[in-house]
Design a protein around this ligand. Structure first.
Ligand code: MLT
Length: 269
């Protein structure tokens, strides 16, 4: 069972599970919150503590304090959270937007990172049409709320196999998306649209890294992710069959086994 965390000084909320000297920070994607990691928080390997924050405006976290929000702001807030929880160094695991944030953490606070798990994410910035689409979505969310998001996004987030064989996952992800707030969605869309190119960071990422792609992921295509791995000195690549963009929910057993094996192999001394 995970526990909810909140502190009297405010700031980001989080869930945590497991206990031990080693910490993994699980950063959710857009437009989700820490519940994305329910299956991981339920299966924390011995000796590890998993901390899953809610990013600004998602889950129980307050909206961003500054608009427009940048992913650098988010990275800095996560460091404040780690400090508050007494964590000096952690393995950072980011899914999609969580991976974009992980790159900003690396750019600004690399000494805090003991290893990286990059799931369904990209180092490249948005193509112009993707950026434009984000601003259109933000305008629509401001005008009518976020009720349209789940139907608009689910077909790209989940594979045909997940739709056919795991209806509970489809409904859980729908509920997670439905809980998003307009300020969180608008802030995240702007931050993703304006994120810098992280490609130049890749050769300098010398900590061990696991890069996880979904065979049916059109948002973070496996071939592009494999290209990231080729540029990283200590990364390994895995592609999960039968999933699209959210393998931690679509194939939790496979995801958890890969994560546990990666964490076991780290030398954190
Ligand atoms: C996510 O899952 O975080 C989003 O799909 C990322 C994106 O839209 O680029």
């Amino acid at each position: 069972m995970s526990e909810r965390g909140e502190s009297p000084e405010g700031g980001l909320r989080w869930r945590t599970s497991g206990s031990g000297p080693s910490v993994a920070l699980l950063i959710h994607g857009y437009p989700f919150f820490s519940a994305l990691w329910e299956a991981q928080l339920a299966a924390v390997p011995p000796g590890w503590r998993f901390i899953a924050p809610d990013l600004p405006g998602f889950g129980d976290s307050p909206p961003p304090t500054r608009m427009p929000m940048t992913l650098d702001d988010v990275a800095d807030e996560l460091v404040l959270l780690l400090e508050k929880l007494g964590v000096r160094r952690a393995v950072v695991c980011g899914l999609s937007m969580g991976g974009y944030v992980a790159f900003r953490l690396w750019a600004r606070h690399s000494a805090r990172i003991a290893g990286l798990v990059l799931a369904h994410t990209r180092a490249r910035p948005d193509e112009p049409e993707v950026r434009l689409g984000r601003y259109e979505t933000a305008s629509r969310a401001r005008a009518e709320g976020v009720g349209f998001l789940a139907d608009a996004m689910l077909p790209r987030l989940l594979s045909p196999e997940t739709f056919a064989e795991r209806p509970a996952v489809v409904e859980r992800l729908r509920a997670i998306i439905a809980s998003a707030t307009v300020p969180g969605v608008v802030a995240a869309l702007g931050a993703m649209a304006e994120r810098p190119d992280s490609t130049d960071l890749l050769p300098g990422i010398r900590v061990p890294a696991l890069v996880i792609a979904g065979a049916g992921d059109a948002i973070a295509p496996p071939a592009e992710m494999e290209g990231m791995v080729a540029a990283m000195p200590a990364a390994r690549f895995m592609e999960i069959p039968g999933v699209a963009h959210v393998s931690c929910m679509e194939a939790p057993a496979v995801f958890n086994a890969a994560l546990a094996s990666f964490l076991r192999g780290l030398d954190l001394t």
